[in-house]
Ligand binder design. Structure first.
Ligand SMILES: Cc1cc2nc3c(=O)[nH]c(=O)nc-3n(C[C@H](O)[C@H](O)[C@H](O)COP(=O)(O)OP(=O)(O)OC[C@H]3O[C@@H](n4cnc5c(N)ncnc54)[C@H](O)[C@@H]3O)c2cc1C
Length: 416
């Protein structure tokens, strides 16, 4: 684009991890094209910047992009670098620790995949991205809810002002050259684009808590990522806040219920001679403040048109919500952001860029949809495998014990 051409107006709907990552990557691509050729806005419907949830694991496939965007040092300051991922059977024989296998993370991930594996508080990751975006020519707007949009030739966005003082309940309209829907699981942008109804309940519920590491007896302080496999449940725990807190996520089949109920469901699973590992129960009992989180997802993507059409693209959970059993939902949003910026790169310095927007969005979708679908399928399969019972669970455990790292490592995922 010549320096006199007006910049393209791009709206990113949603200021979560995916939306902010997209703003950062696109803004950097725009600046690299000798001048701010994209005018980016991020609209978030919350009244203040915040991130719900607790901890997050980031594989090398996501960490690599954060580092390339210049966030490596800041990430190291807030994240923890666990040395191992340890897989245990939650229902071990008395006196046994249930450990089935270990995957070395830390330096091994760095050597194999060019970046390491981090665990951190979700709010810290969000804050890191927000600070980076604030330093760029990106307009950030809170209290703006995207309600609907009409595409072709440009995109007409209807939005609601949620500021308590605005007193204006009417819908506003604004025109953009392109819109990126990063508005999460209940995306309005997705509904405008695909009209494919709401995400489906998986019938599983996550319960999340965080415990000060210092408050735990020494034998319960764990600095690894530990995955406990049970019958129709599993538990994942790992350190966050540089190792000050232990983040615990319990996933149980069934609707949300209180702690007494899900704990009894876990401990009453019949299995002769076995019982829930004392170490796991002690950790679960040590936490009182549990947040329940019913889980939703969608069928895996089935083509590029489910990620972009014309001047509109979807990114992160808006495009491909997935079960958290591969710990990759946010990582895929980060990968999407990088791919979107790569697709836009050549456009921001080209002549008549408006006419090429559909091509660019299509290139992004073609690049991303198969990988996202593969990750969605693998996450779904993990949920099935993690919760197996009887002989199938026995076979799963033996394969982890015998094959170890070769079944726990996922090169196609981490190296891409
Ligand atoms: C229990 C659990 C554990 C998980 N663990 C991991 C993990 O370890 N690693 C990992 O990579 N992923 C993990 N995930 C997945 C990860 O949390 C999500 O995939 C990720 O947060 C998606 O980011 P997003 O920006 O696409 O969506 P969101 O985080 O949902 O952000 C969407 C944003 O859009 C805003 N918004 C919504 N509607 C509108 C609107 N109409 N207008 C304007 N703004 C709007 C929302 O307020 C929000 O800020 C986990 C998920 C769960 C449930």
């Amino acid at each position: 684009m010549s320096s006199t051409a007006p910049p393209l107006q791009v709206l990113i709907a949603g200021g979560g991890i995916g939306g902010l990552a997209a703003a950062l990557a696109l803004s950097q691509a725009s600046s690299a094209a000798h001048g701010p050729t994209l005018q980016l806005q991020v609209w978030e419907h919350k009244l203040a910047w915040s991130e719900q949830g607790a901890g997050i694991q980031l594989g090398p496939n996501a960490v690599r992009h954060l580092q390339a965007w210049g966030l490596g040092t800041a990430l190291e300051q807030v994240a923890f670098q666990p040395e191992h991922l340890v897989v245990c059977n939650a229902q071990a024989r008395k006196g046994q620790d249930g450990v089935l296998g270990r995957l070395r993370l830390g330096q091994r991930m760095q050597d194999r995949y060019g970046a390491t594996y981090f665990t951190l508080a979700r709010a810290d990751l969000h804050q890191l991205l927000l600070s980076a975006v604030k330093a760029l020519p990106v307009e950030l707007q809170l209290a703006r809810r995207v309600v609907s949009l009409k595409a072709e030739p440009q995109v007409e966005v209807k939005w609601e002002d949620l500021k308590p003082v605005s007193g204006s309940e009417a819908l506003h309209t604004q025109i953009f050259d392109a819109v990126v829907g990063a508005d999460g699981l209940w995306s309005h942008v997705r509904q405008a684009l695909l009209q494919d109804g709401a995400a489906q309940a998986t019938g599983h519920c996550a319960y999340r808590a965080q415990l000060p590491m210092q408050a735990l007896p020494a034998h319960l302080r764990s600095f690894d990522v530990t995955v406990w496999l049970g019958q129709r449940f599993h538990v994942v725990n790992y350190p966050v806040k540089g190792g000050e807190l232990l983040n615990v996520v319990v996933i149980v089949e069934g609707p949300p219920c209180d702690k007494a109920q899900w704990l009894s469901q876990i401990t009453s699973v019949p299995s002769t001679g076995f019982k829930v590992a004392t170490q796991l129960l002690d950790v679960l009992n040590a936490a009182d403040d549990w947040q329940s989180w019913p889980l939703f997802d969608r069928a895996p993507l089935h083509g590029p048109q489910t990620m972009a059409q014309g001047h509109v693209a979807l990114l992160g959970d808006a495009a491909h919500p997935m079960r958290p059993y591969l710990a990759q939902g946010a990582a895929m949003a980060i990968e999407d952001a990088q791919a979107l910026a790569k697709a836009w790169g050549p456009l921001v310095s080209s002549a008549a860029p408006e006419s090429r927007i559909p091509q660019v969005m299509q290139a992004y979708a073609l690049n991303r949809w198969r990988r996202n679908a593969q990750v969605q399928r693998r996450a779904q399969r993990n949920g099935f495998v993690f919760h197996l019972q009887g002989p199938m669970a026995w076979a799963r455990d033996r394969s982890i014990q015998w094959l170890g790292e070769s079944v726990l490592d996922i090169p196609w995922l981490y190296s891409a």
